[in-house]
Design a protein around this ligand. Structure first.
Ligand code: HEC
Length: 310
């Protein structure tokens, strides 16, 4: 008697399994077929039911709850974390648990549920692609400022930097032709890094946080050009940087003498916060680009000698 219903359930299962298979087969990328883009409204519902207990209500950066923190959970709606993870990485964490002992396995979910959660997690966050729409590849490495670099950063920032502010992840962005699958994250191993040519470097991205009109911290991306000037600011939707942007974009440079405090009569607090971020960013990218030119010191003299030792 239940056979009709049974087969309807079966065919729904089959369809879901097929879609899930497609999603899992898709290469690491956010540029999935439109039909497979996650449903962030459904993702938000699942979040409230199953994730909020540890990862918080999802406001702003999604600060973890006390329980989540005790277990070792970090902020999840953090572009710095999410840029470093492919959709496949995130689907694996959700379905299988991890990466450490932390997140439980949601094995009763299918990949579509996981995709909906990811769509919700990524929704509205400033991204590397918004700074460099034609990025083909990028690297991600965290630097800790110390010694003269820290002193210079604190001088420009106009005060002491907290231990947390000594650290900053730098995304170096390469390439001119955006591959159809989106920009690729290049692993921090010597062979993969060697394949990236300094000539193809488009610039750098760092992520920071600024208070919005309600005093809530919101993420932003700061793009820096190869000459270390500020190329672009990409705020989260709740954050308005239009008043401060003229005082920041195009400013700064490779020479420490060119780096001055950003001053904006219209948005003095934002200008001060962005000076702090820039002061850390410019020292971190100086280390990153020194590492890059050291890697290419012995390249063919015709190709990139100019970007080398001098
Ligand atoms: C019992 C608490 C708990 C619940 C419930 C929970 N998580 Fe987690 N989650 C953690 C902890 C703890 C970590 C960090 C520890 C680690 O890195 O293993 C984490 C880490 C993560 C990460 C980050 C992995 C990374 O790459 O750094 C993601 C993504 C994640 N959880 C997603 C989810 C989603 C989505 C849900 C709901 C479907 C969820 N978690 C439910 C505790 C939880």
């Amino acid at each position: 008697m239940g056979s009709l219903m049974h087969s309807a359930v079966e065919s729904k299962r089959l369809r879901t399994a097929l879609l899930a298979g497609l999603l899992l087969l898709a290469p690491a990328s956010r540029a999935v077929e439109p039909a497979l883009i996650g449903d962030k409204t459904h993702g938000a519902q699942l979040w409230r039911l199953e994730c909020a207990g540890c990862h918080g209500d999802g406001h702003g950066f999604a600060e973890p709850t006390a329980i989540g923190r005790a277990l070792g959970a970090h902020r999840l709606r953090d572009p710095e974390l999410l840029e470093a993870r492919s959709d496949d990485d995130l689907i694996a964490v959700i379905l299988k648990g991890g990466p450490g002992a932390g997140s439980p396995a949601f094995s009763h979910y299918n990949a579509l549920d996981a995709g909906d959660l990811i769509a919700w997690l990524r929704a509205g966050l400033p991204s590397l692609q918004e700074v460099f729409p034609d990025a083909a590849a990028f690297t991600d490495k965290r630097y800790t400022l110390s010694g003269p670099a820290l002193t210079r950063a604190e001088n420009l920032a106009g005060g002491e930097l907290s231990a947390e502010e000594h650290e900053l992840a730098v995304f170096m962005v390469y390439g001119n032709e955006r591959p159809p699958m989106g920009a690729r994250l290049i692993a921090q191993d010597p062979v993969s890094l060697d394949a990236l040519s300094p000539k193809d470097r488009k610039g750098f991205v760092v992520f920071g946080a600024l208070k919005d009109a309600h005093g809530e911290l919101q993420p932003l991306a700061m793009g820096l050009a190869n000459d270390f000037s500020v190329l672009k600011l990409v705020p989260a939707p709740g954050l308005d940087l239009s008043k401060v942007a003229p005082a920041v974009v195009g400013k700064g440079g490779r020479e420490p003498g060119k780096r001055k405090e950003f001053i904006s009569k219209a948005a003095p607090a934002q200008a001060a916060a962005l000076t702090r971020l820039y002061a850390r960013a410019v020292e971190a990218i100086a280390i990153a680009s020194k590492e890059e030119s050291d890697r290419h010191l012995f390249d063919q003299p015709d190709s990139s000698a100019k970007s080398g030792a001098h």
